[in-house]
Design a protein around this ligand. Structure first.
Ligand code: NAD
Length: 479
């Protein structure tokens, strides 16, 4: 912790906020302040933007191989420092160390993946239908980008954006969530060490997100916004991006259905439910939010899930043997408590958990609710906590209709042993990703993203870099 930078990173230098402001970083396991970091204001953001704009031209001309090797070195440094980075993340965010180590590996993988993509940016030459004109296509970096990340995956949400931006030749201003600035600052230090030129990545930590970001989006110099966060903030940023016609990628909220058919392998379904619900204490956009279980297996599924959830150990993420860390803050926990209380008031049965423990820290126990009323608030709110809400269904058409009856469409989970049904149901779900007999979909090599109000564009996979590239078409008549 002592080596982690706490200043803004602008033009390759570590600097204080112009007005000297700082913001506290809390440990959600104790509620105590870990340290303070610089709290950027609009003036600092402008300096960061200026550094990104100044660096853009040279950076775009850098050989793809050079950009690729910077990412590859950063990948290796991240892996070498797995323990250090995992501790940092657990301290500021709360997830158990084992999960934090998993996130470090996942985050690093985006750099490896995009180091391989940097050297495969293609173009083309074609003869047009008239037989005379030629079309020369090349691909250019879109320009300086604003990257805004959430607190739930502090390292991976950064690398998932920085990786393709570096590979494409874009410069960046990164604004991490105020709850988890340290992982992003550590990442900036690693990229500098890996040889990233000054000004290519700039990091502004701030508690004044609106004041800092809005002028950049409206100013016309930032050419691209890549945002991960809530749908409400995404909508606001889309409106702000309209003025200067800023290109946007939006990874927003989810309300994932988790469907267990009567022909599912229940062992797989319960394993899948544990992964889809309990990864990151349920604080994931991909978290299963609504469990639709066929009436004939609902009781058995609920019993087994409650047993597994009840066996999890809750405690500070740094303690050995802990499976479930604290939620991010008191506000996050209060939201979970309210959603559970509302469901119980409407008749849900508590099979497991459901009671906030006494004492410091933002802990909430793994909870399973059965017979949840479809009108409960948690049916159309991201729970963002370790609460599994089970509803029953009777037939396939009905469950598809109910699963799609939401403004979101990030991910869905389908458990069935029938191939026909698996394909039929997956094709009818209005989501960007489907986990088929698995509770885990995230993979740097796959395109991550949603439809409807879950977002625009994809991150990762072969298409992840496209979000940071523009085509240029050169018309060449040949006589
Ligand atoms: P949030 O929307 O409150 O904040 C996300 C980021 O936006 C933070 O950095 C925050 O400081 C910033 N922000 C807030 N107001 C802003 C403004 N007016 N202008 C500019 N920036 C602003 O979300 P959160 O609570 O940090 O994260 C949880 C949300 O993120 C959930 O809805 C979750 O589903 C979503 N999420 C989505 C994905 C995905 O890939 N689809 C991944 C992780 C999290």
């Amino acid at each position: 912790m002592t080596d982690t930078p706490t200043q803004l990173f602008i033009g390759g230098a570590w600097v204080d906020a112009a007005d000297g402001a700082t913001l506290p970083v809390d440990d959600p396991a104790t509620g105590e302040i870990l340290c303070h970091v610089a709290d950027a204001g609009p003036k600092d953001a402008k300096l960061a933007e200026e550094a990104a704009v100044q660096a853009q031209h040279e950076w775009a001309r850098t050989a793809p191989r050079v950009r690729s090797e910077i990412l590859r070195r950063a990948y290796e440094i991240i892996l070498e420092r797995t323990d250090e980075l995992a501790h940092l993340m657990t301290s500021e965010m709360g997830k158990p160390l084992a999960e934090a180590r998993g996130e470090v590996a996942y985050a690093a993988e985006f750099f490896r993946w995009f180091s391989e993509e940097a050297v495969r940016i293609d173009g083309g030459l074609a003869t047009l239908p008239d037989g005379r004109n030629r079309m020369l296509l090349s691909r250019r970096p879109v320009g300086p980008c604003l990257l805004i990340t959430p607190w739930n995956f502090p390292l991976a949400m950064g690398t998932r954006k920085i990786g393709p931006a570096v590979a494409a030749g874009c410069t960046m201003v990164l604004k991490p969530a105020p709850q988890t600035p340290l992982s992003s600052l550590a990442l900036a230090a690693i990229l500098k060490e890996a040889g990233l030129p000054d000004g290519v990545l700039n990091v502004v930590t701030t508690s004044r997100a609106g004041e800092v970001c809005e002028p950049l989006l409206r100013g016309g110099r930032i050419r691209k916004l890549s945002f991960t966060g809530s749908t409400a903030v995404g909508q606001l940023l889309l409106a702000q991006s309209a003025e200067a016609v800023v290109r946007t990628s939006m990874e927003l909220g989810g309300n994932a259905p988790f469907i267990v058919f009567e022909d599912a392998d229940l062992d797989k379904a319960v394993d899948g439910a544990m992964a889809a619900k309990m990864r990151n204490m349920g604080e994931a956009c991909t978290a299963a939010n609504r469990f639709f279980v066929h009436r004939s297996v609902a009781q058995e599924f609920g019993r087994r899930l409650a047993e597994r959830m009840g066996a999890l150990v809750v405690g500070p993420g740094t303690r050995d043997g802990v499976d479930v860390g604290p939620l991010i803050d008191r506000r996050g926990r209060a939201k979970v408590e309210e959603l559970v209380a509302d469901a119980v008031e409407r008749g849900a049965q508590v099979l497991e958990g459901g009671r906030t423990p006494e004492g410091p820290g933002c802990f909430y126990p793994p909870t399973v609710l059965a017979d949840v009323d479809p009108g409960s608030r948690l049916m159309d709110t991201e729970i963002f906590g370790p609460v599994a809400a089970i509803l029953t269904f009777d037939d396939e058409d009905e469950v598809i209709r109910r699963a799609n009856d939401t403004p979101w469409g990030l991910v869905g989970y389908v458990f069935t042993e029938g191939l026909d049904r698996a394909l039929r149901v997956s094709e009818r779900l209005e989501v960007g990703m489907v986990g088929l007999n698995t509770g885990l979909v995230s993979n740097p090599a796959a395109p991550f993203g949603g439809v409807k109000q879950s977002g625009l564009g994809r991150e990762g996979g072969r298409v992840g870099i496209d979000e940071f590239l523009e085509y240029q078409y050169l018309a060449v008549p040949v006589n």
